[in-house]
Design a protein around this ligand. Structure first.
Ligand SMILES: Nc1ncnc2c1ncn2[C@@H]1O[C@H](COP(=O)(O)OP(=O)(O)OC[C@H]2O[C@@H]([n+]3cccc(C(=O)O)c3)[C@H](O)[C@@H]2O)[C@@H](O)[C@H]1O
Ligand SMILES: Nc1ncnc2c1ncn2[C@@H]1O[C@H](COP(=O)(O)OP(=O)(O)OP(=O)(O)O)[C@@H](O)[C@H]1O
Ligand SMILES: [Mg+2]
Length: 254
């Protein structure tokens, strides 16, 4: 992987949050806190940048489980204002109004979009910005809900791979159990990013870095990483298939 000076990266991330908040003349930021490492990292960075008084954490579970405890741990450790809002009633009411039972991916996307609505309701009413938590691995593979967790005003981690987010989290003092837990979108019981994506973040990031940043030939990547060519082609397929998620809607040239 590329060699980053993580202390320098942290300073840049903190300055970025501070600058963008000032530029927007916003009073603070609101972040969805899941109990996972991406949101914990963004919350730590925002607290460093703006002070704990100007950071609002929204914990928005559908399922009441250990993740809720972990999200509370993050907010309490940082001393930020936080609210616990169950989205179960809202999501179930949506589904009832839709009139048919949603498949699990569609229902998961509905959860992610419901959280987006709650984040923006708070941002609008307080003159806050919504900070997103997407990282480069998720962004490039399309592993996020379009206009759901993918929607935000600024996404500080968007240029950092998941394996790099783990390094930053360690240096920021994110609680160990949050760093070592299996990444999960938490959209259904037992969901795991690496199982759903069909590849470990370690290998995914090595392939993405070579394909996207270094623009290496696919056969060279397979050779260098000692993996079958199909793995590299699969990652390339994920990038292509999700192109529409990385841009605003377009229409024909007139
Ligand atoms: N070629 C194309 N051009 C323009 N638009 C296109 C399109 N193909 C689909 N679309 C549109 O995009 C929609 C599909 O995209 P989307 O609604 O996002 O849905 P989709 O990509 O099917 O599902 C989201 C995936 O992200 C995962 N996820 C979600 C949320 C959080 C996390 C996490 O890590 O925390 C992970 C989730 O587990 C699932 O695998 C289609 O219904 C259609 O409206
Ligand atoms: N229960 C939840 N409450 C509040 N926000 C949530 C919840 N679930 C997901 N989110 C938001 O959606 C984002 C995307 O989820 P994602 O799983 O990719 O990140 P994470 O949970 O922070 O880290 P990890 O990928 O390691 O689980 C979260 O970072 C968070 O901002
Ligand atoms: Mg998660």
């Amino acid at each position: 992987m590329r060699e980053l000076n993580f202390e320098d990266v942290i300073n840049r991330l903190v300055s970025f949050i501070k600058e963008k908040t000032e530029e927007a003349k916003a009073k603070g930021v609101v972040i969805g806190i899941s109990g996972g490492v991406d949101s914990a990292t963004v919350a730590h960075l925002a607290t460093k940048a703006l002070g704990k008084e100007n950071v609002l954490g929204l914990i928005m579970p559908y399922y009441m489980n250990q993740d809720v405890e972990d999200a509370l741990l993050v907010c309490k450790k940082l001393g930020i204002e936080h609210k616990l809002i169950s989205i179960k009633e809202i999501v179930d009411a949506f589904e009832k109004s839709i009139g048919f039972e949603l498949d699990k991916v569609s229902k998961g996307n509905l959860m992610a979009r419901t959280r987006m609505i709650l984040l923006y309701a708070h941002a609008n009413s307080r003159n806050y910005l919504v900070l997103g938590t997407s990282n480069k691995s998720e962004f490039l593979t399309g592993y996020f809900t379009k206009w759901g967790d993918g929607a935000s005003d600024y996404a500080p981690l968007i240029n950092l791979y998941k394996t790099e987010v783990w390094e930053i989290a360690k240096r920021l003092g994110v609680p160990e159990r949050i760093i070592t837990k299996k990444p999960s979108a938490g959209l259904w019981e037992g969901q795991s990013d690496e199982d759903e994506l069909g590849i470990s973040y370690k290998l995914l990031d090595e392939i993405l870095y070579r394909l996207v940043d270094l623009k290496m030939e696919k056969n060279k990547i397979a050779e260098e990483l000692n993996v079958p060519m199909e793995k590299v082609e699969y990652v390339e397929y994920l990038i292509k298939k999700s192109e529409h998620k990385r841009r605003l809607p377009v229409g024909p040239k007139i």
